[in-house]
Design a protein around this ligand. Structure first.
Ligand SMILES: [Zn+2]
Length: 342
């Protein structure tokens, strides 16, 4: 809004052809509904309830659905398959780099430990149809010592497919300062710190994640939009916010039309659009860009800027980043392959 929109004679640019990095996707939340049902049946579990009746209300209901999705992932083969399928869905959406996030804790008892879980996920990443890195996540709800163990595990696999360390779940359940050591372990191994914050909590929590945990990116973080000082900090340090538009309305965090992408961009804060949990929210990576165009009125210039922010704040190898960024420029200049075809 406020940008020069494309001229009215020109067809809208194809958002699928805009190269994207997908930086905030949870493993179980990426399950295809058909795969969820198939695995439930194979493992003799009751047919999972799906959020196709869009009734997700509040955190408890969300957690119930998420736990049901996690419960069908019982073997290394299940985990490998989910990663490959998530990347395949993203490939169709024009994704050129995926970072998939897993908390190995829930799967560890069945697979014989967190290491076995991580290796199964890395096996999926290695054969995914889109280059894929893995983010190991602990939970704000678990003790700092647990996060430190997972950070040490993640650090062992830095350079072997693990690219980041995060903290997921409800950020009100833990204090950032308690997790400083875990993030230090990850940073010393060269991993990006990507905690969830600023979803239920205010800008002070986002700021603490940057200042105390050294976050390179923040999962959500949209409460920062209400505080100029936090916006300035994020902009100055080039800390990207992983904004997932469809994750907010079910929790009353933002209405779709009020997701503050424009405010963040105006303040110079990098924005990386992501899907979070497409199984639960029903919208994939491409759909998040479409929502920014239709519900938020972002111009193609801004959509290209967001795609560029995602690529620049990713852990993709430098040559891939350069290639993707030049394709973003070509898309905006109207020289994308799909546009030439017409
Ligand atoms: Zn998330």
């Amino acid at each position: 809004m406020g940008d020069t929109q494309r001229t009215n004679s020109r067809p809208p640019r194809d958002l699928r052809a805009l190269p994207k990095a997908h930086l905030h996707l949870h493993l179980a939340g990426s399950l295809r509904p058909a795969t969820l049902r198939e695995l439930a049946e194979r493992h003799g579990l009751p047919d999972p309830r799906l959020p196709s009746d869009p009734e997700i209300q509040g955190w408890a209901r969300f957690q119930e659905l998420y736990d049901a999705a996690r419960a069908v992932l019982r073997t290394a083969e299940d985990l490998r398959r989910v990663v490959v399928e998530a990347a395949a869905a993203d490939a169709e959406d024009g994704c050129g780099w995926l970072e998939i996030q897993v908390d190995p804790t829930a799967y560890a008892p069945l697979l014989g430990g967190t290491r076995a879980v991580l290796e199964a996920v890395l096996a999926g990443a290695a054969e995914a149809p889109v280059p894929t890195g893995v983010i190991v996540s602990s939970s704000w709800a678990r003790p700092a010592a647990h996060a430190e163990r997972l950070a040490a595990l993640a650090a062992e696999y830095a350079g072997a497919g693990v690219v980041g360390f995060g903290l997921s779940n409800d950020e009100r359940l833990g204090r950032p300062s308690d997790f400083a050591r875990a993030f230090r372990i990850a940073a010393e191994a060269g991993l990006l710190g990507t905690p969830h914050s600023g979803f239920f909590t205010g800008p002070a929590h986002v700021r603490e994640c940057v200042e105390v945990l050294g976050a390179a990116r923040v999962g959500h973080g949209t409460s920062a939009a209400s505080d100029p000082a936090t916006l300035a900090l994020l902009a100055e340090r080039r800390v990207a916010l992983e904004v997932c538009p469809t994750s907010y309305p079910p929790f009353g965090v933002h209405e779709l039309a009020d997701v503050p992408v424009a405010t963040l961009l105006d303040a110079g804060v990098p924005v990386a659009l992501a899907a979070d949990d497409p199984l639960l929210f029903g919208v994939g990576l491409l759909g998040q860009y479409e929502i920014c165009r239709t519900a938020l009125g972002l111009s193609d210039q801004r959509l290209a800027a967001v795609a560029g922010d995602g690529i620049r704040s990713s852990s993709a190898p430098e040559p891939l980043r350069v290639a993707m960024l030049s394709t973003v420029d070509a898309w905006l200049a109207g020289r994308g392959p799909d546009l030439d075809a017409g």
